[in-house]
Ligand binder design. Structure first.
Ligand code: AMP
Ligand code: GLY
Length: 423
């Protein structure tokens, strides 16, 4: 098979790494890719949302399968674009159709879905510019902290958690009336604050059947001890030690099953990954959010633990026979630590040469914001590289990642030295 992966992060390098191990795969293209994917696949400089250019590429190289990494093309309807095109409709696309991708594209849509199917989640109401006054009144009925969420995609920045009522009202106005997040905040969901520890649950579905992948926990804040600004993710661990069998069983019964049934019932066509952000409140799981793709950097610890051939799984998803597949998981723990550019998640410099990659041993360096330039590997983004290791325990794995990080260097390199500190 000839397979195209869309995206350019650590997640997509991990997909390419895993897919390249499949005897079913003859050739991999990645658009646009990075310096890591360049080592195992052919990078093509096309934007993930340029559907016409993607079509030309697929036809030119007789691509059989497209694996969609990030949410943007899914929310913009890339799967529907393929189905509706005579020349493309035979191509397998891994990722939900547009109607289902609204689970990530609109917080209000996701909340309505959760309530319609009795899936545990925080209480909420949504508001727009015409009823902002009602929003103030609703905030007055809540206890702090106040959770405000821009309805649409806001590159992970659209959620505000505020302790002060007046500040919450001011932010609500800024989002709704002053378009703080542009069109994404023309609607705002205000939610009850849930106090607990978070984990991510990943589910594969063909729309009828599902398989649960290992859980993971990511570390979103830039600073040690979970302080400072939110990032795309500074590290991850799989499995999550506090996710006992009993807790996982609750997740499956109360969340996964009604989600998959709900998709079918609501006619939301879904062939891909469902990423369920969960918070453990007391002993019970509640849904924080849905994403319609894999997480990054969670992919860098989840896929290395998957023993089953990923291409075989994707074919089964495409042909709606996921029930025939046995998912085999590596018992070992996997951890990853993200190396980031100094200054990230605020302004940072690019183009710094990354040194030491040849000396990495017993870890895998998944490239993220890194590109090949004049024969050198240089930084091109905030999150630069994810250093993944296995271990009999997550402590053992994390030690290996840090040992290898000691051998790596680029100007102003930063990373968290406390991944796993809270477990
Ligand atoms: P989201 O984009 O919806 O995942 O929100 C981003 C982050 O905000 C989550 O990972 C949580 O840490 C936090 N968060 C979101 N909703 C809530 C909530 N209702 N209660 C507490 N924390 C929340
Ligand atoms: N690491 C969180 C995400 O991918 O959204």
């Amino acid at each position: 098979m000839i397979i195209l992966i869309l995206g350019s992060g650590g997640r997509e390098h991990t997909f390419a790494w895993k897919i390249a191990q499949s005897p079913l795969c003859d050739k991999i293209f990645v658009a646009p890719g990075n310096s890591g994917t360049a080592q195992i696949a052919t990078n093509v400089d096309i934007k993930v949302t340029d559907f016409d250019a993607i079509k030309s590429l697929v036809l030119e190289h007789k691509i059989d399968m497209v694996v969609v990494g990030p949410e943007d093309p899914l929310v913009q309807g890339i799967h529907d674009f393929f189905i509706e095109d005579e020349q493309l409709k035979h191509v397998a696309v891994i990722g939900p159709q547009k109607a289902a991708a609204e689970l990530e594209g609109s917080k209000e849509f996701a909340k309505e879905f959760l309530f319609r199917h009795n899936i545990p989640t925080a209480a909420y109401e949504s508001f727009n510019a015409s009823n902002v006054e009602n929003g103030y009144t609703f905030l007055e009925t809540l206890n702090p902290p106040y959770v405000l969420k821009a309805d649409g995609l806001a590159a992970g920045k659209g959620v505000l958690i505020l302790n002060d009522l007046n500040e919450a009202k001011a932010e609500l106005k800024s989002m709704l009336v002053d378009a703080k997040f542009g069109l994404a905040s023309s609607k705002v969901v205000i939610e009850e604050f849930l106090d607990g520890i978070e984990l991510s649950c990943f589910v594969l579905t063909d729309g009828k059947n599902y398989k649960i992948l290992p859980t993971a926990k990511d570390y979103k804040r830039i600073g040690e001890g979970d302080t400072g600004l939110n990032t795309g993710g500074m590290g991850a661990i799989s499995p999550v030690p506090f996710a006992t069998d009993e807790f996982l069983n609750k997740i499956e019964e109360q969340i996964v099953k009604p989600t998959i049934k709900g998709l079918a019932k609501d006619n939301l066509p879904y062939k891909g990954f469902v990423f369920i952000g969960i918070i453990k409140v007391g002993d019970d799981p509640k849904v924080i959010e849905y994403n319609v793709r894999m997480g990054d950097p969670e992919t860098e610890v989840v896929l290395p633990r998957l023993k089953t051939d990923l291409v075989e799984i994707f074919m089964a998803i495409s042909e709606e026979r996921l029930n025939e597949i046995d998912i085999e998981i590596d018992e070992r723990a996997a951890t990853t630590v993200m190396l980031v550019s100094g200054g990230y998640p605020e302004a940072y410099e690019k183009g710094k040469e990354i040194i030491g990659l040849d000396s990495v041993e017993n870890s895998i360096a998944f490239h993220a914001g890194a590109v090949l330039k004049e024969g050198k590997i240089v930084t091109s983004g905030g999150r630069v590289m994810a250093i993944t290791s296995y271990g009999n325990t997550y402590q053992e794995a994390i030690k290996k990642s840090y040992q290898n990080i000691d051998k790596l260097h680029f100007d102003k390199m930063n990373y968290r030295k406390d991944i796993g500190f809270d477990l």
